[in-house]
Design a protein around this ligand. Structure first.
Ligand SMILES: NC(=O)C1=CN([C@@H]2O[C@H](COP(=O)(O)OP(=O)(O)OC[C@H]3O[C@@H](n4cnc5c(N)ncnc54)[C@H](OP(=O)(O)O)[C@@H]3O)[C@@H](O)[C@H]2O)C=CC1
Ligand SMILES: O=C[C@H](O)[C@@H](O)[C@@H](O)[C@H](O)C(=O)O
Length: 320
């Protein structure tokens, strides 16, 4: 069993496991493979599972948890750290609590460990699906939606609350009125988009950063191969006898963040775990540090002349 020690998160005693398991696969449909992969991951020692209403992954996550309990892979639900996310159509103050209750029903759980605002944007209320119409994009009412998130935590329906895809500026805006500070900001982070500024800001505010698409989301709708194809990373991997994926994951781990990686392939699920008992040398870390930075490709879906963000610069408030 892999030893995936957790990091403190939030203002209480909670800990977030270092390495988490992603469940986003486009088209967003649940499958038997998804459930089997989650179960396999739990068997190998993954303890954080990242779901979202939009992924349609909540039912298979719930089934995998029930099976893991039945098989004795875990003794209680409390051994797991389960995250899910509020989709933009429900990012309206009166829709947050009903959305979380639906999420819990889908998962068959009484509480989440972490509930996140998926994106700093709303969509006209309606069905939770992509693609969506650009004309449905709306500004997020940070204050009132966050108040509804705070209510979710106060009711004990989620132990922690947080955000995803938030720039420093947006976090700063949220913090002006927040009574509970976001425990986590889940963002894209990999050697090609290291999020140095955001991490520094979050560290200063006690907000834990979770890295998604640590491999650049190879082969996904929103990702790219440029991370796994990066020459510098390939050279380090070859010299070290590791895979490029392992170099990316180890690098992220050494930046003091937690990671979410998705694989539905048994060998790769295992390969991605084998990053805990070795280190990058200072020279290797420096080479990665020097890689030219560019933003990933996720946010363009939310950039539109009809919506609150007219450009990627706008979405990220010019931060890189
Ligand atoms: N909050 C947000 O807005 C977002 C959150 N996320 C979360 O983060 C998770 C991880 O990010 P994701 O975007 O999926 O991208 P990842 O960087 O985890 O890459 C996943 C892709 O890489 C492949 N892969 C996995 N392991 C290896 C390996 N060792 N070698 C080569 N290829 C590999 C997978 O294929 P295969 O399955 O065939 O192994 C899959 O195609 C998501 O699943 C989701 O839970 C992701 C995007 C946005
Ligand atoms: O419009 C598409 C979706 O928003 C998609 O970009 C996200 O759901 C993201 O891939 C994720 O995994 O969280």
């Amino acid at each position: 069993m892999a030893d995936i020690a957790g990091k403190p998160v939030g203002s209480g005693h909670a800990r977030i496991p270092l390495l988490g398991f992603g469940t986003a696969v486009f088209p967003f449909t649940a499958s038997e493979t998804m459930k089997e992969s989650i179960l396999h991951a739990i068997k190998l020692g993954y303890r954080h599972i990242d779901a979202a209403a939009i992924y349609n992954s909540e039912p298979p996550v719930g089934e995998a948890i029930a099976e893991a309990l039945g098989l004795g892979l875990i003794k209680s639900r409390a051994e797991l750290f389960i995250t899910s996310k509020l989709w933009c159509t429900d990012a309206h103050p009166d829709l947050v609590l009903p959305a979380l209750r639906r999420t819990l029903k889908n998962l068959g759980l009484e509480y989440l460990d972490l509930y996140l605002i998926h994106f700093p944007v709303s969509l006209k209320p309606g069905s939770c699906e992509v693609p969506f119409e650009e004309k449905d994009l709306l500004p997020l009412d940070f204050k009132s939606v966050w108040e509804a998130m705070e209510e979710c935590q106060s009711l004990g329906l989620s132990k922690l609350i947080g955000v995803s895809n938030f720039s420093c500026k947006k976090l700063q805006d949220l913090l002006v009125t927040a009574k509970i500070s976001p425990a986590v900001n889940q963002v894209e982070m990999n050697p090609l988009w290291q999020q140095k500024k955001l991490r520094e800001f979050c560290n200063g505010k006690g907000i834990h950063v979770t890295a998604y698409s640590p491999l650049g989301g190879r082969g996904t709708l929103w990702g790219t191969n440029r991370v796994l194809d990066c020459k510098v990373l390939q050279e380090i991997a070859q010299a070290k006898g590791k895979t490029v994926a392992q170099i990316c994951l180890r690098w992220a781990l050494e930046q003091d963040v937690s990671i979410l990686v998705k694989s539905f392939n048994k060998e790769r699920i295992e390969e991605n775990l084998e990053i805990l008992d070795w280190k990058l040398s200072p020279e290797e870390s420096q080479k990665i540090d020097d890689i030219e930075q560019q933003r990933g490709f996720l946010a363009p879906m939310f950039v539109s002349e009809h919506g609150p963000y007219k450009s990627l610069e706008d979405f990220w408030d010019g931060e890189l």
